[in-house]
Design a protein around this ligand. Sequence first.
Ligand code: PLP
Length: 373
Amino acid sequence: MQVPLLDLRAQYAPLKKQFMSAIEEVCDSQALVLGPKTEAFEKAVAAYCGAPHAIACSSGTDAQLMLLMALGIGPGDAVLTTPYTFFATASSISRVGARPVFADIDPVTYNLCPRSAAEVLKKTPNVKAIVPVHLYGCCADMAAFVELGKAHGIPALEDAAQALGASHPLGGAGAISEAGWFSFYPTKNLGAFGDAGMVVCRDDTLAKKLRALRNHGMEVRYYHQWIGGNFRIDAIQSAVLSVKLPHLDTWSAGRRERAAVYRKAFASLPLTLPVEPWAASGLANHHIYNQFIVRTPKREALRTHLTAAGVATEIYYPLSLHQQACFRDLGYREGDFPESERAARETLALPIFPELTSDQQNYVISKVAEFFA
Ligand SMILES: *Cc1c(COP(=O)(O)O)cnc(C)c1O
């Protein structure tokens, strides 16, 4: 048997007719960029996550870039984030001319550790924002980060690229603090037919500036208030995403059910399973399992065993960001963030998606059990 990490065709097939008619509407209208489909999608996501404003754009990476630009973060500034995340979280900080500053992660949740963040903040000048990431679809400790931000007079901005639909006692992922962003890259829980992203925020003035920056910093055509970029979203992506959004909660429930099956099956194995830090809140989607991550010092051998058996796995992420070649000039060294480095050595993502069949999942479970037998 072959079990993929994610099977996008299984999600596409039952909705094919709806996708085609939504795409056809865009083609017939020839309103190809932004347009009414995008406005409708923005309204729908704003209502879904509980944010006053939603600004759809070209990717999750551009969403963050655009937000940092809108906040006026640039040369001479620093932004505090986690070294255990997708590259874009840190590179967007560099791309506006600011310096990414890292703090270590909590080894249990893999999210930025508030205590470590507080220590780094104390000794680092010019930090203009804190960027926790809701890694794998589970919210970071936002109450702590919002407090920490308040104490330093800076915002806590949410990288919710992997977490649309995840809930936290303080609100929906992305809409907990003053601003956050989503990615609609195809492997995210809500995936476009290509690249797309979105910023959500509370402040009216910030939202207005984001809309302008998305389109070369102009509010009146060809009069440029700011230097923005082409961060526009294609109408086809908005149309496709609007078809998918009403299904997202059902898909998240499907992921959660499969996570529960893994959890039960692996309970007696020497394998560290994902935690659900907000479970006690009683919220439905406190973890939406964009990835199901297990941890073992035997990660490489387990992966080799599963690959040989036809089970796809992935490593998110094999190298902590402070050790990346392109960030060498930040001056970090191996050992600076031991928990992030250890997570990079020991974690493995197993197949999880709403359409994963019980046959497929049982096969994965049997192959993992076989490895530890
Ligand atoms: C996917 C992802 C991004 C970037 O989103 P793109 O749409 O691929 O540009 C940023 N941060 C995290 C944590 C991600 O997982």
